[in-house]
Design a protein around this ligand. Sequence first.
Ligand SMILES: Nc1nc2c(ncn2[C@@H]2O[C@H](COP(=O)(O)OP(=O)(O)OP(=O)(O)O)[C@@H](O)[C@H]2O)c(=O)[nH]1
Length: 601
Amino acid sequence: MSRNTKMKQIAAEGLDDHYHSEDDEQFNSEDEEIIEDIIIHYKNHFTKKEVVRTLDKYNWVEDDVYDALDDLKKKREQKQNKAAEEKKQPTGGNNLVKKQQNQNQQGKSNNDQAMQLTKQASSTVTAASTSGAATTGPSDKSKTGEYIKIERDVVKFNSAYPSIEYDIEADKKEDHVKNMNLVIVGHVDAGKSTLVGHLCHLKKVIDQKLAHKNEKESRNLGKESFKFAWVNDEFEAERQRGITIDIGYKVIQTKNKNITFLDAPGHKDFVPNMIQGVTQADYALLVIEGSMQAFERGFEFGGQTKEHAFLVKQLGVQRLIILINKMDSVNWDRNRFEYIKLELTRFLTSIGYTEDNLIFVPISAFYAENIVEKSKLPEVSWYEGKCLMDLLDTLPVPTRPVNTPLRLNIYNSYYQKNKGLIIQGKVEGGVIFEKSKALIMPQGLIVQVKEISRENVKVKYAKVGENVDVHIVHKEDCEIRSGDVLCSIEHPIPISRVFEVELSAFELNYPILKGAQIVMYINTAKCPGYIKKITAILDKANGQIIKKNPKCIRNNECAIVEVCIEKENCMELFSNFKSFGRVVLREKMNTIGVGSITKIM
Ligand SMILES: Nc1nc2c(ncn2[C@@H]2O[C@H](COP(=O)(O)OP(=O)(O)OP(=O)(O)O)[C@@H](O)[C@H]2O)c(=O)[nH]1
């Protein structure tokens, strides 16, 4: 019987004074676990006695206990802060970072002021320096929950990192399966969500009850054709509009791999969400609607096929599987397939793909033809290639940079009652270990990694390429956004507001001028800013400068520009970390360029 039930029983029996103090009490293991969880959650804030007293006071109703302790903690902190303020003597360094953080949080930072602060800061990470590789174990000098003084070293920002050896083979018991991330892109309504939804049905990734529910509800709304798409499109707005808005994640196992399918939205308005999916992907599936007129609609100016293919390439995905979908609606016409293949090959090779890296498969996502099994329909007998899942199973898992400092790109975070803060993200570099310390940037906050889980399974460490949930010891006042980075304390990711980009301009309605207001996407972070300087126009073929200090950048030109963003953000040289060194430029809902960071200032 748990303490909670015990208390209720005792209360019912009118024996409220049965328990007096912690000293004369016996707790069963469940009680101990609850007490332990609370103590861990409020590390260094409450004693066991205080926790037990509060639990007793609130009849072991945990939600009430957490609320009460939260209140108490806040009050104590306010009191302590007040006392500290009174004592405090003005100092330089640490206040500088706080000041920057305050400015960032309040969104009030004025460009020149922040630049001034950036220049004043000197050149090492003081509180964080540790003897070994900080990513492999806790640092004894730095304290969890402490904001450290991140000092800027532009020379370091612009040099290569040392190679780091991680002792991960020591843990042989842990079976790291081959993980692969696949993003699914394509023009709106091409059938991306239907494909993932149907795969989930066939692979029994979703519960049959949910499948029936989706079928029934979509039929009642006259939208039965979306019954598979609803597996991913769970939000009301998505179902009403019949489109995907946010990235959907589904993990499906093949014979040899765990494949995470990232279902990206096809609609023009949600390209930023699509970019978020692409930045996590090893390969991309480009879904094309094969029906008459539909391919043409998606392929022409204003359609998303070209923009998606271009972004996928520029964001570093080299291999594309092109699924020509809805082939049932054209009677599996081989000529239609060959025509689309020809047109797409022409375009895709013009933007840098090699023919060897393009694979075309005719499919019907709705009728599951050529998806998990090769189609047996006589109309499809002309297709000699593999079905989608067999193809995916044969793709090599890309080699990933394990010997780099830890870089975990955060794309979501949420607070779980009784547990603390959970960070969801992808390890882009190095290794993250449970019970280690790491740094959240750009905040400069040291955190303790309590637990790591992959696919809801606890693991001792996670390597580059893996999507994980990281449970960290919670710090209430730390606001974490998509695009922040959990990184090694010893080798923190650079942060800056000003940087140089080698940019390829794309689909411009009018030239880009100096001072143009733009939105930069650095990995998944959205950074508003402006073009500070146009340094040169480059020859696309050989990268040589053909014009210095031009007035503007025209469509399809390649240029070197200096960009200034409103707030400091995490970034890397493209040559150090591709995923943090790539940028996408958008203006008024259109993607106007893609580039790589060549200098951090
Ligand atoms: N005939 C036929 N229709 C299909 C097929 N695949 C998808 N559809 C239909 O196409 C419509 C759009 O499908 P979705 O899966 O929502 O398309 P999407 O690409 O995910 O759309 P967005 O996420 O909004 O970009 C739905 O009505 C599907 O039933 C197919 O193989 N054959």
